[in-house]
Design a protein around this ligand. Sequence first.
Ligand code: BES
Ligand code: MN
Ligand code: MN
Length: 476
Amino acid sequence: MIDKVLQKLEQTEPQAIDRLCDWLRIASISADPAYKGQCQEAAQWAADRLDEAGLTARVLPTGTKDEPGHPCVLAKTPNADSGTGPHVLFYGHYDVQPPDPLELWESGPFEPIVKKADAKVKADHIVSRGASDDKGQVAMFLEALRAWKDESGEAAGGLRVTVLLEGEEESGSENLEKFLKDYESELRGCDFCLISDTGMISRTRPAITYGVRGLAYTQIRLHGPDKDVHSGFWGGRMPNPLNELSKVLAQMWDENRHVTIDGFYDSVIEATDEERAAWKALNIDIPTMLGNIGLSPEADIGEAGFTSIEREWARPTAEINGMWGGYTGAGAKTVIPAYATAKVSFRLVADQDPADIVKKFFKWLEGRTPPGCRWELEDMHGGHPSSVDPTSKWLAKAREAMEKSTGMEVALIKTGGSIPVAGMLKDSLGLDTVFMGFGLDDDRVHSPNEKFELPCFRMGARSHAVLIDLLRSGGA
Ligand code: BES
Ligand code: MN
Ligand code: MN
């Protein structure tokens, strides 16, 4: 049967790409309230595809009456809650990042086009916001479900499947925790969660990701005078909020690039020697990765004592994501601003807690308040780090499926990115998450001209189809 399913996927690939392009045309930008309607539409689009594959899908509201969120899609195969055998929860997100800066796109962010391989991108690829993160990757699973239904007549070939698609992943998953609580009874029976929202090492080195970092995101504002003032009268006589904010933030790292916030590393669980050796053996080509973002090999800098991969996968970091204030328009204006603002975020590793890190950061700031100034501090959102034991039987199944369908060896990696749902599922339901992703690190996710390569799409659809087969026939 699996051979027929794979054949079906191959034969129907052009239609599959057309379907994905229809979805990509819906600008489901979760961060911008102006796109609320498009988020609803993108959720409904996915629910319709799930219904076609024999599942029963619902588009469910999130948040509260006064502050509604973007809907979640919850879908189940007919036997999901009553059948026997493994029950997989597939999670993905239908929302996308804002497309700006628009002028850097070669074609419209929501006008997907299939481009031929060229000197820069070595395979045919779809260019669109969401192509890789995450609609393109969710579509691989939707297509695997469709092919299984077409060939076997049964949803997911009889495997017990629940699907959860979120619409706020890119904007902090603010309503997800409550949603998971409200629908706990529908999720409790799942054995593990499978997510396709990560990447491979390269085109020829597929990988399973066994851990993501957490995130704590803040906005901080330092207030000085109660109005903008003349820099000639006042410069040198009182605190300039921009000067002072940059001086404080510059103290966040010492000369070894360790974060200096008191207690920041208290609950960090160090990577084991075996893990570090295994990562080293992957021989990931750091100079090439730096080259892909326009940097030379000497730019491989960060916390002292750790390799580039260790810094990404196993160390927490502090980053200024944006900083502004005063006059930023054309020409010169001699002014000292009333306040200066920065967005500061932290990537976290086990067992750091986002709320605890924000508390420590704010306390550290308060201890450095420049004379006469005051802080306005906002904890925006966060997510827990999460990883699965690399010896988990579910991970082994996913790895076997990828190996069978790609004919390539599948590496075990972690990622520095964050996917908040994984920590929530572990917390609330004790569920482990396996990340089976097919992106490439030059997919330009969150950037202009985001793309997803068709061979990646193909590999992903096949891997999901084979994984469905392994789980339905062999159990675990
Ligand atoms: N899919 C990404 C995370 C990712 C990207 C993992 C690349 C591995 C490789 C996800 O959509 C994302 O962007 N997450 C945000 C989470 C945040 C908004 C809470 C992130 O990591 O910044
Ligand atoms: Mn994503
Ligand atoms: Mn993303």
